[in-house]
Design a binder for this molecule. Sequence first.
Ligand code: AHR
Length: 505
Amino acid sequence: MPDATAVINLDIEGPTISRHLYGHFAEHLGRCVYGGFWVGEDSPIPNEGGIRLDVVQALRALDIPNLRWPGGCFADEYHWKDGIGPREQRPRMVNTHWGNVEENNHFGTHEFMALCELLGTEPYISGNVGSGTVQEMSEWVEYLTRDGDSPMVRLRKANGREEPWRVKFWGIGNETWGCGGNMRAEYSADLARQYATYCRDHGDNTLYRIASGASGADYQWTRTLMEQINCFGCEATPRTFFQGISVHHYTLSGPWEAKGSATGFDTEDYYRTMVSARKIDEILTGHSTVMDLYDRGRTVGLVLDEWGTWWDVEPGTNPGFLFQQNTLRDALVASTHFDIFHKHAARLYMANIAQTVNVLQAMILTDGDALVLTPTYHVFEMNKGHQDATSLAVHLRTRDAHRRVGDTELETVSASASVKDGKVLVSLSNLDAEEPAEVTLDLRGGGIAEPVARILTADRIQAHNTPDASAAVAPRPFDALKTTDQGLALTLPPHSFVTVQASLT
Ligand code: AHR
């Protein structure tokens, strides 16, 4: 049986794992917003002001820290003033990116902010650079966050909201290298500076401006942005134009043209997917290294505001709606990403899974009034104790826990750990599809008591949840833990994710 040892120094604290690494993304795409979050006030599905309550309840259990909206590619076609005021009078548009369907703008600024309040999460607004104007974006910030009396404040109050909202996260464009305008990095960096200038901090609301960044391993894009980041003439104290830089990376098992089925895949596809998932480590390292050259103090955050798996849409569904099932494979992609995110906690400030409901690697799938929690949902739930915890470095000796996949050596055990409020949380994944893995947790510099473990696995890597079998992949207690002189020993079944929580002594 392949075996691995994870050495964890309980008394050597690493950087804080930003809770925003567990962020989410909801775009006007397919059935994410309409049907997923929003059913309208007249729907028979229980709702509050049109927002479906079963989805809210399920997501509250994840403690989601932020929600990015309205896109994605849609954000660069979205004109926020079309989404305020009486719903029946709102102008309509065509969602040209996603299915060419008509958008009625019934879910707009007020509805999104109400959703964030119900979820107890922070809004992350993605502003339109591709087809909008500086004035339009500047006025949206004013509408949302300014107090007192001003044209946009009067408009907000006329629409029923007296108090300003608090909004911290503000995206300046999305994928400006592609659907957000097909720009060159140099031009995009100049626009980011221009837009950032007019996205004002009103009163004590301080924005965290996120410039549209690279696709995958395009480190030159990040370099171009970092070269342009300082605003020496802004105020008495020089500051950066933007506080974060984004990057997007999706996990596939092959080329874009042949993504394959979400459920109908074989073991080879599975291993190729795991290699692709692990690539995020190299990508984050590459961008962080470039950023370190310009920002040694690590004041600028790296923001992976789109990540996740991308498969062919489910047969019979609109190809523009990106609706896919979600299996144990997706769950292990997520758990591996989180281990890598935790390792990059010093620079990586935010990450947003694409997308929360009914699109790509979703937490929740709905069908009419039915709701299913996906295997990925359970990874977010099992890992939530890492949010805002102090990371603990995990030194893994994986010995024979490897698989040859093409010309890549895939490490099949993945792990990360953190400590918060006197509790240590260790996450462990066995990515091997066929073999169990014997793992020793060699804990140094402290002791632990009362370990409690949970496991997420199933008989097949293709296992997934449906309305008729909603708990085919669900967490269960895992008691096959042995306390040893070194720490703990456990055997991870093939294709499994395990969390161990214990008190520090
Ligand atoms: O998440 C789906 C799409 O993927 C987003 O709209 C876009 O930003 C990315 O290409």
